[in-house]
Design a protein. Structure first.
Length: 134
């Protein structure tokens, strides 16, 4: 978490991405969301009635650039132990049934569908980050 005077998100993401190799020794996609964007995301309550637990894994995937979803929501891919209850061009919410999966199957699926300019965090992490910056 950080503060910046830069208001152009794409430029800020590019500057951070350029700094990764020199500062930390690796390259990585950078996705920036404002406090207001996180507040709006949490207020949507996309996982209403669900709890992140050992049996139900709630995940938020952020797209670096606006993305047209190739399916209508809610969506449950055939023969998969996860589904997508909600989302938009910037964010996709998923629920994994951990009683039928180890959970890792969703990440390769997401990258195959959307490429590597995404990042995912648990719903709990998103809520904790928002609480820390509020």
């Amino acid at each position: 978490m950080f503060q910046a005077d830069e208001s152009d998100i794409a430029r800020l993401e590019a500057r951070i991405e350029q700094a990764w190799p020199d500062k930390l020794g690796f390259s990585s996609t950078t996705i920036v969301r404002s406090q207001q964007q996180l507040e709006e995301l949490v207020a949507r309550d996309p996982f209403a009635g669900l709890t992140h637990s050992r049996s139900s894994y709630l995940l938020v995937t952020f797209f670096q650039k606006p993305t047209k979803l190739p399916f209508a929501l809610p969506y449950h891919p055939e023969d998969r132990s996860f589904y997508f209850p909600a989302g938009d061009q910037n964010t996709l919410f998923s629920v994994s049934d951990m009683t039928h999966s180890k959970g890792a199957e969703i990440m390769p699926w997401l990258e195959k569908q959307f490429g590597t300019q995404i990042t995912s965090r648990t719903w709990q992490t998103v809520q904790r980050v928002l609480k820390m910056i509020s």
